[in-house]
Design a protein around this ligand. Structure first.
Ligand code: DGL
Length: 271
């Protein structure tokens, strides 16, 4: 049987938190990852630009003949999932729908969402949750400073992180949700301080975890799951600075990043 990988893309390094969840759920799967580090962040760009980038990222991964594509980036999922499904010959799993489903399942109460500016402005989480349960109260808050803080390695007990989180989470603390969706690839690295501020009664839903279970489900139904119990490979491509990618990537992916190849953004869209 020919081994075909799962293709995963993100605006940069953050999608490696999704790769970590995919590998945890399906350790035998090979993964090809593209991080568009030359053009990160996507979260402050216009929907048109995000759609163009996402289409190019997917076109590059499709050249590796993946059995399924994962849009690890919440921002790209929010802006471009319809377009990607139109152009892709293989199934495309986003991170928003599975997270919305996990959130609705996990609580009968209100749902909080934190994500990038573009994700919140798109209304994608709000729409997905409303489609599952129209009566559900949702409060969605954009947290633009969190991505650069995490990329800089400031996490957990850092006072700047606490200060910024206190500010962003104040309206959510008052809202008292049953679930808080971490709607951005970078936020799982801040799960501890977020949990401390929100309290133990608030369930945190990470978009990577929810998406990994959805990928596992779809591969099983399509009989495309790898029979190997472990040993899947990870091959990474990045559009800028592979050394930084390998160094920081370890923190996001929870594993050593051995294979990183540099590709130019001009190569992304070559059919
Ligand atoms: N990957 C993005 C997301 O999950 C965060 C980083 C960015 O803004 O590009 O929304």
């Amino acid at each position: 049987m020919v081994r075909r990988p799962i293709g995963v893309f993100d605006s940069g390094l953050g999608g490696l938190t999704v790769v970590r969840e995919l590998a945890r759920a399906m350790p035998g799967e090979d993964i090809v990852y593209l991080g568009d580090t030359a053009r990160v962040p996507y979260g402050i760009k216009s929907p048109q630009t995000i759609r163009t980038f996402a289409r190019q990222d997917a076109a590059f991964l499709l050249r590796h003949r993946p059995k399924l594509l994962v849009v690890a980036c919440n921002t790209a999922s929010a802006a471009a999932i319809d377009l990607l499904r139109e152009v892709s010959p293989v199934e495309v799993v986003d991170v928003i729908q599975p997270s919305a489903e996990a959130a609705v399942r996990a609580t009968s109460g209100a749902i909080g969402v934190i994500a990038t500016e573009a994700t919140i402005a798109s209304g994608a989480y709000q729409r997905s949750i409303a489609a599952l349960d129209p009566g559900r109260e949702v409060l969605a808050v954009a947290c633009p400073l969190l991505v650069p803080l995490v990329e800089e390695g400031r996490a957990d007990d850092n006072p700047i992180v606490s200060y910024v989180l206190c500010d962003y989470l104040a309206p959510l603390q008052r809202f008292r949700p049953g679930v808080l969706v971490l709607g951005c690839t970078h936020y799982p690295l801040l799960a501890e301080p977020i949990r401390k501020l929100m309290g133990p009664q608030v369930v945190l839903v990470s978009s990577g975890q929810a998406a990994a279970l959805e990928v596992q489900r779809r591969l099983k139904i399509a009989r495309l799951a790898s029979p190997s119990p472990n040993g899947g490979s990870l091959h990474c491509y990045t559009t800028d600075n592979p050394d930084r990618f390998a160094r920081l990537g370890e923190r996001f992916g929870g594993r050593t990043i051995d294979h990183v190849e540099l590709i130019g953004t001009d190569e992304l869209d070559r059919g």
